[in-house]
Design a protein around this ligand. Structure first.
Ligand code: RNT
Ligand code: ZN
Length: 416
């Protein structure tokens, strides 16, 4: 393998790329790993179905049912993930002591103590999400936009509680906490009023943000969406809404989920537009198949294009990257690993491109040569640099990591 790496190093070196440096840069690029892949987005604070217009399909055995199971599965998954990881938690993953139940409007930092210990022991940071779905207080599919003031108040209090928790998570781990707000609110059929819900959403967000918090420790994002299952005709938190909200509210950054746009729109093309106007942006990286299906992320064209834009725009310090998918039809731990490693590979591929040269060719109008170079790079030995990276990070390579996951499935997951 080392000679293969040496050969690859020479090939990329001829293009002016230092593969050793690429490996070091990738090691430090942080990717947030979503806890919800392990339990089909169920959480621990309620027992109802998954709502909010999202869906996990499949019934592969081994879903994590308790915090202990989820932590153990996360450990297994993370042991096969090279690079810097953060844990992405939802408020619904609160851990209560025996018999205790607390409404989401009353959640406290102490309900996340065990997660803090988990993160500290592994020296990773935590990102956080208020959970505006799968709950009795979602009325007629609405939360922060509800015309029912009791409902809206409850969810505003939830948002404020989550800001306090996010600050605690950041303080404890010593690492920035990105808190992402996504609400499903909308209508299945043609609404009679589009402005009202959006004005209520705006007001609710402003009320949540009136909670004091340290802006150096917590970054608040707003995630847009175009439609959900059962919310086909209208969603309050559209792209225009969230972008405008973030642009006009200090300390708020926009989050783009690449499953949340029309099928011919590409988030890879949107990144540079936002970077002209925002210091920071955030991404949910997923794989939509025909709709916002949240399939496991693969090393496909759009993932590669997304990664290219992140690297080309020198965006590693300005773009918060998080994974967001949920597949219950295959081994869930493997699903985590495949998605994470695919994104890492895409980032590596992006770092192995001579961007200055491509830019020069474009600026000089040498589009034929640009096309030839881009096509050539597709068959360059990315895999040899990837193998070296995995071995330096102490994680198994592509041909062997599944052996250990299969063993874990036989010993642990299949007994659940
Ligand atoms: C839903 C959004 C949202 C969720 C998670 C669980 O369409 O993408 O980000 O997937 O919060
Ligand atoms: Zn998302």
């Amino acid at each position: 393998m080392n000679t293969r790496y040496e050969d690859a190093k020479i090939m990329y070196g001829q293009l002016g790329i230092d593969t050793d440096k690429v490996i070091e840069t990738l090691k430090n690029a942080s990717v947030s790993v979503h806890c919800w892949q392990g339990d089909d987005v169920k959480g621990f604070d309620q027992d109802g179905p998954l709502t909010g217009g999202i869906q996990t399909t499949g019934s592969y055995p081994g879903r994590a049912r308790t915090p202990e199971e989820l932590m153990s599965d996360l450990d297994m998954a993370m042991s096969m993930m090279p690079g810097t990881k953060k844990l992405n938690l939802h408020a619904s993953y609160a851990i209560f002591e025996d018999g205790e139940t607390v409404g989401r409007d009353k959640l406290e930092p102490k309900h996340f103590e065990k997660w803090v210990k988990f993160a500290k022991d592994r020296n990773i940071g935590i990102d956080f999400n208020p959970t505006f779905f799968s709950h009795d207080m979602v009325k007629d599919g609405l939360t922060l936009t509800s015309p029912d003031e009791n409902v809206r108040r409850f969810w505003i209090e939830h948002g404020k509680a989550c800001l306090r928790i996010s600050e605690y998570l950041a303080r404890e781990t010593g690492k920035l906490c990105v808190m992402n707000i996504w609400i499903p609110d909308g209508y299945k059929d043609i609404p009679g009023d589009r402005l009202g819900p959006r004005m209520r959403y705006k007001d609710s967000l402003e009320q949540i943000l009136s909670q004091e918090y340290d802006k150096n420790l917590v970054k608040v994002c707003v995630e847009s969406k175009v439609f959900g299952i059962g919310y086909e005709s209208y969603t309050a938190g559209s792209a225009e809404f969230t972008l405008s909200f973030a642009a006009t509210h200090e300390g708020v950054i926009p989050l783009m989920d690449n499953g949340h746009y029309h099928p011919t729109e590409y988030v890879s093309d949107k990144i540079s537009s936002l970077l002209c106007f925002y210091d920071e942006i955030a991404l949910h990286i997923t794989r939509p198949v025909r709709w916002d299906s949240d399939h496991v992320v693969l090393l496909d064209d759009e993932t590669k294009e997304l990664a290219k834009e992140i690297i080309r725009c020198d965006g590693l310090n300005r773009i918060h990257m998080a994974l967001d998918y949920f597949d219950a039809s295959i081994n869930r731990v493997a699903a985590w690993i495949i998605g994470y490693r695919s994104l890492e590979k895409a980032l590596m591929a992006a770092m192995l491109i001579p961007h200055d040269l491509e830019k020069k060719l474009q600026e000089e109008g040498r589009m034929t040569e640009l096309m030839i170079l881009q096509e050539q790079l597709k068959t360059y030995p990315l895999g040899d640099v990837w193998d070296k990276y995995c071995s330096e990070c102490g994680v198994d390579g592509d041909l062997s990591w599944y052996d250990k996951i299969k063993e874990y499935e036989d010993k642990v997951l299949s007994k659940r």
